[in-house]
Design a protein around this ligand. Structure first.
Ligand code: HEM
Length: 385
C-alpha cells in the first residue's frame, strides 16, 4: 500500500477504490488541478463534480481507445465478441442504434411488479449461501428472472455472469480469461435461445427491449449481446450497492426493512459509491480543462469523489437520507449514463430487505474487516475471511 502513497501521503486513486476510507484522500485530490496526474499510473485524474460532468459529455473522450476497441487479451475469442458489441464498451453506429432501445425498455419497466418478483426470489434465496455470494446472486438472478429465464436456470446464468465479468478487469489472469470465454459463449447461447423461444413473458424486460428495438432486430447478435450486457452491468455494481447499504445500516441505522425508501439506498449510492470511477480515452490530440492531452491518453473520472464535492452536494460527508436535493454521479452522466439506476436501487432495496428479514445480524455486519474485493473500479465489501 505504501508504494501507492505519494510523498505527501496522498492515496493513489485506484488503491482508493478498495481502501477502508478513501474519502479524505478524494477531498485532497479535488483541491488539486482539474486534471491531475496519478504519479504511479499512466492516468489523468478528474475528481471535481463540474469537471467530471463536462468530461463525461465531451465527444473528445471515448469509452475505449480508438486503436483498441476490444482489449487485446480478449480479441478473437467469445468474450471479445461480446465485449465489442456492448453499448457500455463502445461508441460505434451499432451501439448508438441499440442504446435508445435499452434505455427506453428500462425506463418503462413496471418497477413495483419487478420488485415483488425480486423480493420473492431474494426471500427464497436469503440464507442459502454466504453473505458475500448473496450480494452478487440476488440482483443478477433478479435481472435474469425479469428477462424471462426460468427459475431452474437462474443459478447457472448468475454463475456465468460472474465468470464473464471477471474478464472485464485488468486484474484477470489466464484461468479467469479462459473461464470468461466459456461463460460468454454459454450466455450468448442461452440468451439466443430465450430470444428465439416462443413469445417473451408479458411485462418481461425481454418483451420491453424487443418492443423498443423493432421486430427486424429481434434475433441479431448485437441485441442478444446487449441483453447479456444487462446482466453483466448489474453484477459487480449492484453487489457493491447491496454491500455498502448493509455497511450503512450497521453504521448509521436504517428504517424497518419493509419501509426502507429508495432515497435511503440512493444516499448510500451517493455517500459510498459502488462504482468509484470510470475511464475515458482521448480520441485525438486536444486540450481539455486547459491541459494538453495526447491521443490515447487515459482519463480516470472519479465518480465517488465528484459526488462528495460540496459544490454538488452540501455537507457531502454527512450520511443524510433526508437530503433535499441529492445529486448523483455514481451512475454516470452524459451519453453513457446508466439506464439501470432505478432498477438497481430497487434491487438493492429488495436484497437488503430480504437479508434483514431473514435475520442478518447487524453486529456481525458491523464487524466488517474493512476489506473489499480486488478491483480497479467496483467497491464491494467482503465479510468472510
Ligand atoms: C448500483 C448499481 C449500478 C451502478 C452503480 C451503475 C453504474 C453505472 C455507470 C457509472 C455507468 C456509466 C459508465 C460510463 O459512463 O463509463 C453505467 C452504465 C450502464 N449501466 Fe449501470 N450501474 C448499476 C446497475 C445497472 C443495472 C441494474 C443495469 C441494467 C439491468 C445497468 C445497465 C447499464 C448499462 C446498459 C450501461 C451502459 C450505458 C451506455 O453506455 O449507454 N446498470 N452504469
Amino acid at each position: 500500500m505504501d508504494a501507492l502513497l505519494s510523498n505527501d501521503g496522498l492515496l493513489d486513486p485506484i488503491a482508493a477504490v478498495t481502501h477502508p476510507d478513501p474519502y479524505p484522500h478524494y477531498a485532497r485530490w479535488r483541491d488539486g488541478p482539474a486534471l491531475a496526474r496519478a504519479p504511479q499510473r499512466r492516468l489523468w485524474v478528474a475528481t471535481r463534480a463540474e469537471v467530471v460532468r463536462r468530461l463525461l459529455s465531451t465527444p473528445a473522450l471515448r469509452v475505449r481507445p480508438v486503436t483498441e476497441p476490444v482489449p487485446a487479451a480478449l480479441l478473437g475469442r467469445p468474450a471479445g465478441e461480446l465485449f465489442g458489441l456492448l453499448i457500455r464498451m463502445n461508441d460505434g453506429p451499432v451501439h448508438d442504434a441499440h442504446r435508445p432501445a435499452i434505455g427506453q425498455a428500462l425506463a418503462g419497466l413496471p418497477l413495483p411488479q419487478v420488485r415483488a418478483q425480486a423480493l420473492a426470489l431474494a426471500r427464497a434465496q436469503a440464507g442459502r449461501g454466504s453473505l458475500d455470494d448473496a450480494l452478487f446472486e440476488l440482483p443478477v438472478q433478479a435481472v435474469a428472472q425479469a428477462l424471462g429465464f426460468a427459475a431452474a436456470e437462474l443459478p447457472r446464468v448468475a454463475a456465468w455472469v460472474r465468470e464473464f465479468v471477471a474478464c472485464l478487469s485488468p486484474l484477470a489472469g489466464t484461468d479467469e480469461l479462459d473461464r470468461a470465454h466459456r461463460a460468454a459463449e454459454s450466455l450468448m447461447a442461452s440468451m439466443t435461445r430465450l430470444v428465439a423461444d416462443s413469445a417473451p413473458r408479458d411485462a418481461s424486460l425481454l418483451q420491453a427491449v424487443q418492443a423498443a428495438v423493432g421486430v427486424q432486430a429481434h434475433s441479431a447478435r448485437p441485441l442478444v449481446a446487449n441483453l447479456v450486457g444487462l446482466l453483466s452491468q448489474t453484477c459487480d455494481a449492484t453487489a457493491g450497492l447491496v454491500g455498502n447499504s448493509l455497511l450503512a445500516w450497521a453504521r448509521h441505522g436504517a428504517p424497518a426493512p419493509d419501509r426502507t425508501p429508495a432515497t435511503w439506498i440512493e444516499e448510500v449510492a451517493r455517500h459510498d459509491a459502488a462504482v468509484q470511477n470510470t475511464r475515458r480515452f482521448v480520441a485525438e490530440d486536444t486540450v481539455l480543462e486547459g491541459q494538453p492531452l495526447r491521443a490515447g491518453d487515459a482519463v480516470l473520472l472519479v465518480l465517488a469523489a465528484a459526488q462528495r464535492d460540496p459544490v454538488l452536494n452540501p455537507a457531502p460527508d454527512r450520511f443524510d437520507p433526508e437530503r433535499p436535493a441529492r445529486r448523483l454521479l455514481g451512475f454516470g452522466h452524459g451519453p453513457h449514463a446508466c439506464p439501470g439506476q432505478a432498477l438497481a436501487t430497487m434491487l438493492a432495496g429488495a436484497a437488503v430487505q430480504a437479508l434483514r428479514e431473514h435475520g442478518l445480524d447487524r453486529e456481525a455486519v458491523a464487524r466488517h474487516t474493512g476489506r473489499y474485493r480486488a478491483s480497479v473500479n467496483a467497491r464491494v465489501p467482503i465479510w468472510e475471511t
